[in-house]
Design a protein around this ligand. Sequence first.
Ligand SMILES: *[C@@H]1O[C@H](CO)[C@@H](O)[C@H](O)[C@H]1NC(C)=O
Ligand SMILES: *[C@@H]1O[C@H](CO)[C@@H](O)[C@H](O)[C@H]1NC(C)=O
Ligand SMILES: *[C@@H]1O[C@H](CO)[C@@H](O)[C@H](O)[C@H]1NC(C)=O
Ligand SMILES: *[C@@H]1O[C@H](CO)[C@@H](O)[C@H](O)[C@H]1NC(C)=O
Ligand SMILES: *[C@@H]1O[C@H](CO)[C@@H](O)[C@H](O)[C@H]1NC(C)=O
Ligand SMILES: *[C@@H]1O[C@H](CO)[C@@H](O)[C@H](O)[C@H]1NC(C)=O
Length: 538
Amino acid sequence: MFQKVCVRLLVTLTWLQAVAARPNFLFIITDDQDAHMDLWTGQMAHNTNVTNVQPPWGGYPKFIDNGYNNHHLGLWLQQAGYSTFYAGKLFNGHTINNYNKPLMSGYTGSNFFLEPYAYEYFNVTTTRNGRAPVSHQGKYSTDLLADTAQEFLDTALQQPEKPFFIALAPVAPHSWLQEVPTTRGGPPQVAERHRNLLQDYQIPRTRNFNPDQPSSVNWISRLPKLNSTVIEYNDEFQRLRLRSLLAVDEMVGRTIRRLEEEGVLDNTYIFYTSDNGFHISQHRLHPGKMCGLETDIRVHLLVRGPGVPQNAIRSAPSTHTDIAPTILKLAGVNITDKKFDGTPIELGIPKEPRSARLEHTAVEFWGVGLLESPYASPSNNGNNTYKGVRIEAEEYAFYYSVWCNGAKEIYDMKGDQGQLTNLLSPTHADKANAFRLYDQPLQAITDRLDALMMVLKTCKEKTCIDPWGALHPEGNVASLKDALNTTYDAFYRGQTKVQFRRCAGGYLLDAEGPLEFEAYNSLEFMQAPYDPDWSIRI
Ligand SMILES: *[C@@H]1O[C@H](CO)[C@@H](O)[C@H](O)[C@H]1NC(C)=O
Ligand SMILES: *[C@@H]1O[C@H](CO)[C@@H](O)[C@H](O)[C@H]1NC(C)=O
Ligand SMILES: *[C@@H]1O[C@H](CO)[C@@H](O)[C@H](O)[C@H]1NC(C)=O
Ligand SMILES: *[C@@H]1O[C@H](CO)[C@@H](O)[C@H](O)[C@H]1NC(C)=O
Ligand SMILES: *[C@@H]1O[C@H](CO)[C@@H](O)[C@H](O)[C@H]1NC(C)=O
Ligand SMILES: *[C@@H]1O[C@H](CO)[C@@H](O)[C@H](O)[C@H]1NC(C)=O
């Protein structure tokens, strides 16, 4: 997942206070999706092979089977001397039947929302510290979470010498689902006190809102324009999502007030993020979140805490695989021996060296493109397996994607943030032909991004963080700009292209297509003029 890192601090804090004691953490993650996996393990889906929300590809049983119950952030912090707490939804497939087979490790205190009732806003079932599940009929689940946060703080503050980590994972603004898996559901349910708020809100009518021309490729490009009935339904759907977030807002406010009253706020890092974005009427899409488009992959990350500059907004790409290393580093845990596919996010702490990851993020998805509306036709979104790479730099930005059936798309994210012009579509041949970056044509760019994707699709640890380094072991390429040097034209033209052998519902090696890439060796390649026809022959 790509996320625009947006670092913000509401109250000025002093750096000196922070070094005195190990910091506390309050981590809030709202829920649009399911696998919080990469957030806690710091690894990409192809490495955990927890690639979906449901068995056999994912869910709690797979997390357990793959050995991650002794390999995750909560446990590492606990081992480092933290009191650790988690309330809310942890995993899909974490149920009233398997919550104790085995119990989740690593938490001093917990209150997990359990399926099949995890998305019941007014009747959630939870397990408190591993005890038998209890249903909370009539209690709004986010308010239950807010109460639990206070109880966690009661416990944590009894041991002032021990730092704490508290994670709160409300289901809001996820759709309401009566029982998972289910066919009964709808927009999120909201607390009585918020029911009549935000009446005038409408989804912003951006250029990609229900556009006249279809978007993207495959099933997305075949969607008909939404009619006014559907648009009104989606606007109300979005109002309900926002109203459900008002209770989250109250929970955050109440928790922060308590931290302040107890005098620990200044030594607490607060993170606020979401597991993924959401589309609703953009690109003619019914509500959902399983696309690689910006609506779905870009989320906010708000951070305040010791040494984090106030009101700073950083637009450096980062992903949830960076969260575990970031928190462990702030907690003073030695992470050199941990196998992360991400790297600590630079939060603007003075004198910290710049992170190796400068401009890329990898996106990978396997399975079906679920849409969460009674108006969505369930017919044609079954082949939703794709890879994407998102580049964001000062002078250029792209999203490039290759799908399991061979469809490809690329957007110039500087000129076309709404992703309406796939430069690889024949419809936009004129724009594609005219496109230049550092005097290089579009084909030279897609050749580079394809090679980058080739590395990222199987990357592990260092190669995920520095994929250009894998392509250029001689060490002089660290960005797309460096790679666009014409010296490398022939190398990139000849690189094996990303393609799938078939559309599979999960990470099956025989469906993934070629996995090997060549690394550049300056002795083998001579400078050659660009031949635009070359790669088309592949
Ligand atoms: C609440 O959930 C429990 C299961 O935990 C179920 O037995 C009960 O019928 C539900 N109540 C309502 C009103 O749906
Ligand atoms: C961190 O751990 C590594 C490997 O386990 C070790 O070589 C290194 O000295 C440690 N660093 C510090 C600062 O303790
Ligand atoms: C609007 O579109 C939906 C979904 O395609 C359809 O079910 C509905 O009948 C349409 N309504 C009108 C008034 O055309
Ligand atoms: C996926 O694509 C294949 C071949 O392109 C097609 O045969 C199959 O019906 C598609 N599946 C779904 C669920 O759309
Ligand atoms: C392109 O790469 C060559 C070979 O590494 C190098 O000598 C040259 O300076 C590079 N050109 C630019 C503009 O960076
Ligand atoms: C990923 O998990 C699936 C389902 O358990 C399995 O079939 C597949 O072989 C695994 N993929 C890899 C690369 O191990």
